[in-house]
Design a protein around this ligand. Structure first.
Ligand code: ADP
Ligand code: MG
Length: 163
């Protein structure tokens, strides 16, 4: 499923509405280059979970935890050298207790939940001034947890389908 946003607040509107269909135990993996908008996406998602606290990049803390309608675990594993380091994190136990968003999750794909949502944010190829603020957002369902929510997912993405 592909969406297109024209600026940062549109990305946050999209992730805010995605938050409405998230449940405890969900894992969302965010992929994309530095500056693509992974943290920005997480901020909208946090807003959608009713979190008022300011969400900042967890690059140095590795994991930030926020309380809202649901708990949000926000990880950035960019600096992790490998999967061994994530074993210290007790990822599975953490994931059972809330919604978990992992930036650069491919670094640790071997220890990720079997079922997850992958969201890849990409700059457009055409880097004209007009499209600098646009992002393609590709959403991929992995595993079975999301099958029942596909219709809802499609509905919430409707406003952001390639226009
Ligand atoms: P990442 O976490 O992927 O490194 P950030 O979310 O920290 O990226 O930064 C993304 C930057 O790009 C922010 O400054 C944001 O305002 C800007 N931006 C511009 N357009 C968009 C867009 N359509 N979606 C997300 N961010 C955007
Ligand atoms: Mg980031």
């Amino acid at each position: 499923m592909r969406a297109l946003t024209r600026n940062a607040s549109e990305t946050q509107e999209l992730s805010d509405s995605l938050a409405q269909i998230l449940a405890v135990g969900d894992v969302v993996v965010l992929l994309g280059d530095l500056g693509a908008g992974k943290t920005c996406f997480t901020q909208g998602l946090a807003r959608g979970l009713g979190i008022d606290e300011r969400v900042t990049s967890p690059t140095f803390t590795l994991v930030n935890r926020y309380e809202g309608r649901l708990t949000l675990n926000h990880l950035d594993v960019y600096r992790l050298s490998g999967e061994a380091e994530t074993l210290d994190l007790d990822l599975y136990e953490m994931a059972e207790q809330g919604v978990t968003v992992i930036e650069w999750g491919h670094n640790i794909s071997g220890v990720l939940a079997e079922s997850r949502l992958e969201v890849e944010l990409r700059y457009l190829e055409d880097l004209s001034e007009e499209s600098m603020q646009s992002r393609n957002i590709d959403i991929t369902i992995i595993g079975d947890d999301w099958n029942d929510r596909i219709p809802e997912l499609e509905t919430l993405l409707e406003p952001w389908r390639q226009r």
